[in-house]
Design a binder for this molecule. Structure first.
Ligand SMILES: [Zn+2]
Length: 588
């Protein structure tokens, strides 16, 4: 351990307010105090407090407290010595060599440090490949075509992985790293009969992903030759948990703080385009669906998120999923749609920035946005029910009742029905949803019937089945079950690779399918029957929903509403018997 006076010297030279600000949004209260949402536990109102004069912090929610060294130690999950060394380094204080320093660091922490070095050297290697090597010409040409400026390439440290598949390995080996650590970095893999080592990325443009301290911890890679999946990401490592990272957050966090909002886009290139256009409050998930961890991360810097996803059907359903997660984290959500199905990259290349600003500043709440998107469904009673169920689900996630009422009012006025009618529908929805929820929670991969496994086989391998499935789920919502999650992933990915999928039951199911052989011979007939059954299951659910509303209307003696509901129900029952007919015919 270093002597007490050295530690004091480091603490005196460090400003805890500045240090904590790297990780969260500190707001002054009074002359000496600052508060923030706690970075160590999830909370809705700030109870994490920092004193500038005392140079300490304390969280009234979880009880964590300490000084600059303990803060850095806990937030980075490193040892006391490492935290001290980092702070000393930043303050320009030279620490005397002690025999303790390396002893007190566990081998694990030494490994972590080495992993950061490996990744950093790889960034430089790939950057050189892009800018200085002959191999990089093709990548440079690609970036030039996509109009990504050299300045932005430099700021985001874009690189290029050559096609040969071993040059990074050779380079890192020449720097003296052990195979054990190279493998753990994820950048190098081993395999084949001779157990040879090779690079994870080949022939791809690389987007280094920085953590909140600005250190590169991973990469996303985009293919440029039309081979393999469009984007792949490094698997998670000891220094990279995708749940805790957002692309562009480190680069944009000052702007995000000052604007008090953050724009969420889908892709790496979207982020680059925004930055190139001078829009710096933009982040993207790194090639995965948004997670709760990422939502909490955003919340530490701004209370409001504006979603700008692609203007197609997939973009819309991704934005619904993201909204659920953001609302759950207690963030305010609004959304913007770009014309003609454009993504932010297309839009900003063909429109002035002022046009973008106009759309962002007039972004509507997610609820209004969704109603506008689903306008065409609102003309039929059944469509209305579908749209309302989705919105009710989102509202049910929120915690504050006063805000819920606001949104119910917004929906009522958009649909031109009375607030009380919407409210009673909502209450009905809550009652029904309890049973729905327990159904989905009970479904495990183990219990998925063999026919459903075979259905997924068909979906992966048969274009016609794929097409029919797509059609059906444009009409009705995808079930929120592992089967639904797996189907969605298969539909969205040409070559569905479960390694790149979020941890969930759906991922386990897909792995199971990919490791098995189909049992049924006629997958086509099986698939068509299954699709039909999905449709019938959905209608049954809707009929149940209406039945509850009928009872309510009877109780309140609302004759007109009752008539409307009965006729809706009849329509659904007719539709159901038509579908059942088809099913029987197929079976013969
Ligand atoms: Zn706390």
């Amino acid at each position: 351990m270093y002597p007490r006076h050295i530690i004091e010297q480091v603490l005196n030279a460090t400003d805890i307010v500045k240090l904590v600000s790297t990780y969260c949004e500190l707001k002054p209260t009074g002359s000496d105090r600052y508060v923030s949402l706690c970075p160590f536990h999830t909370e809705k109102t700030p109870s994490f407090t920092v004193s500038k004069s005392r140079q300490i912090y304390y969280c009234f929610g979880c009880g964590k407290g300490g000084d600059a060294i303990s803060f850095l130690k806990d937030i980075q999950n490193i040892s006391f010595m490492d935290a001290l060394e980092i702070l000393a380094d930043e303050a320009g204080i030279h620490l005397p060599k002690t025999s303790y320093s390396s002893k007190e660091r566990s081998p694990e922490q030494n490994d972590k440090k080495t992993l950061f070095q490996i990744v950093e050297l790889s960034v430089e290697f790939y950057r050189n490949q892009l800018t200085k090597s002959l191999n990089g010409k093709i990548a440079q040409e690609y970036l030039r075509k996509r109009n990504i400026s050299p300045e932005i390439q430099e700021e985001f440290r874009l690189g290029f992985a050559p096609a040969d598949g071993y040059s990074l390995y050779r380079f890192l080996k020449s720097k003296g790293f052990s195979e054990r650590l190279l493998l753990r970095s994820g950048l190098i893999r081993s395999g084949g009969e001779e157990g040879r080592y090779y690079d994870f990325f080949r022939n791809r443009i690389l987007f280094p992903i920085r953590n909140i301290e600005g250190k590169v911890i991973s990469f996303g890679g985009r293919e440029i030759t039309g081979e393999g999946p469009k984007y792949i990401n490094l698997p998670e490592t000891e220094i990279y948990q995708k749940n805790k990272v957002l692309y562009g957050l480190w680069e944009g966090k000052e702007t995000i703080r000052s604007y008090e909002n953050v724009i969420l886009v889908e892709g790496y290139i979207d982020v680059l385009r925004c930055f190139q256009s001078g829009i710096r409050n933009v982040v993207a998930t790194c090639g995965t669906a948004l997670t709760a961890g990422q939502a909490n991360l955003m919340k530490r810097f701004a209370p409001k998120v504006i979603i700008v996803y692609d203007g197609d059907e997939a973009g819309l359903s991704a934005s619904i999923r993201a909204t659920s997660i953001l609302l759950q984290a207690g963030l305010t959500v609004s959304a913007v749609t770009l014309p003609d199905g454009k993504d932010p990259d297309d839009f900003l290349q063909s429109n002035p920035v002022s046009e973008w600003e106009k759309r962002i500043s007039s972004a509507s709440t997610f609820f209004t946005f969704y109603l506008q998107q689903k306008q065409n469904l609102l003309s039929t009673p059944q469509g209305k029910i579908t749209v309302l169920s989705e919105l009710f689900r989102l509202i049910s996630i929120m915690e504050e009742n006063s805000i819920k009422e606001e949104f119910l009012k917004e929906i009522a006025s958009a649909l031109r029905i009375s607030f009380w009618a919407v409210k009673s529908d909502y209450e009905q929805y809550l009652k029904n949803n309890y049973s729905l929820r327990s159904q989905t929670n009970n479904s495990h991969t183990e219990s998925v019937p063999i026919d459903d496994i075979d259905f997924l086989h068909g979906l992966i391998n048969d274009e016609q089945i794929k097409k029919r499935t797509k059609q059906l789920f444009q009409e009705i919502p995808m079930p929120a079950t592992p089967l639904g999650v797996a189907m969605k992933y298969i539909l969205e990915n040409k070559d569905p690779d479960p390694r790149f999928m979020e941890e969930c039951e759906g991922k386990k199911l897909l792995q199971k399918v990919l490791l098995s052989e189909p049992v049924n011979n006629d997958l086509k007939t099986l698939a068509m029957e299954r699709l039909n059954r999905f449709h019938i299951e959905y209608i049954n659910q809707q009929i149940g929903f209406i039945q509850q509303q009928i009872q309510e209307a009877e109780k309140r003696q609302q004759k007109e509403r009752l008539m409307e509901l009965l006729s809706n129900q009849k329509e659904l029952i007719t539709k159901r018997s038509q579908l059942s007919g088809v099913q029987i015919k197929n079976k013969r």
